[in-house]
Write a protein that binds this ligand. Structure first.
Ligand SMILES: [Ca+2]
Ligand SMILES: [Ca+2]
Length: 266
């Protein structure tokens, strides 16, 4: 069976950080998306045109903007938009979403949604917080029932794509690296998770509805991210200090998990 775009993407991930705890990690910047205005609809694959420039995100000297992307199980990108829900955070509406609760979150029923975060500096993300999730607020729509909120954090580790390029082009997927998987963030204290990130820094990060446990039916809205700022001036997508053996194991593990998901369906 053909892999979906996200599956292929995550299978190329060479590092999956160990989830640590819901406690706050040491940070020197944070961004809260609770005050963002609506984004605009981006045409398929052109995530950068959905970047929300009006978010009040100058915190800790790091500016960040959020863009949306969604794609189908056959790796076709969809039109998508960042949608703001106040203190619930940011969701993604894509072309197959109904607009119902859960559907207009970052979800993976129908299409697989993610937010791309574009930072003004090279940063490391070490914690995420959601303001709404399907674990706390289970809901159903015509496409299915959301029952948890598995989340993935990925970093762009390839060349700087620039303002108008697309780091989410369908090739090469290896430009993104899986940094952390957070199973069911809505079950954690404060709907928040902290994790080790292996020292990876980038100016492009992605927060995606992901798979573990039941491998499907995830929905959440991203309220905040935090982390550390790199002291270097290297372009986005740089160092990835990871032994090859661990990298291979991580890729295999992810691939096995995703194969299982495909067998179970979404
Ligand atoms: Ca959605
Ligand atoms: Ca799930």
């Amino acid at each position: 069976m053909k892999k979906s775009a996200l599956q292929s993407l995550l299978a190329f991930g060479v590092f999956a950080a160990t989830f640590v705890s819901p406690a706050l990690a040491a940070t020197d910047w944070s961004a809260n998306f609770g005050g963002c205005a609506q984004g605009t609809i981006a045409s398929a694959g052109n995530w950068s045109s959905s970047l929300n420039a009006s978010c009040p995100l100058e915190q800790g000297g790091v500016d960040v903007k959020a863009g949306a992307i969604a794609w189908s199980s056959s790796a076709s990108p969809s039109n998508a938009a960042v949608v703001s829900y106040g203190t619930s955070g940011l969701g993604v509406i894509s072309s197959l979403d109904s607009g119902a609760t859960g559907s207009h979150a970052i979800d993976n029923i129908g299409l697989m949604d993610s937010l791309v975060l574009k930072f003004s500096d090279n940063v490391s993300i070490n914690s995420v917080k959601v303001g709404w999730n399907a674990t706390d607020s289970g809901t159903s729509n015509s496409s299915g029932t959301y029952n948890d909120s598995d989340l993935a954090v990925l970093a762009w580790v390839s060349a700087d794509p620039g303002d108008n390029a697309k780091p989410l082009d369908l090739t090469p997927w290896s430009g993104w690296q899986l940094v952390a998987k957070v199973p069911n963030i809505g079950s954690l204290s404060g709907n928040q998770a902290s994790f080790s990130n292996g020292g990876i820094t980038s100016s492009y990060w992605m927060i995606a509805a992901y798979t573990s446990g039941d491998y499907c039916a995830d929905a959440f809205k991203l309220l905040a991210v935090a982390g550390t700022k790199s002291d270097t001036t290297t372009p986005p997508g740089n160092q990835v200090p990871e032994p090859a053996s661990l990298a291979l194991l991580g890729a295999v593990a992810v691939g096995l998990g995703l194969s299982r998901r495909r067998r179970q369906g979404t």
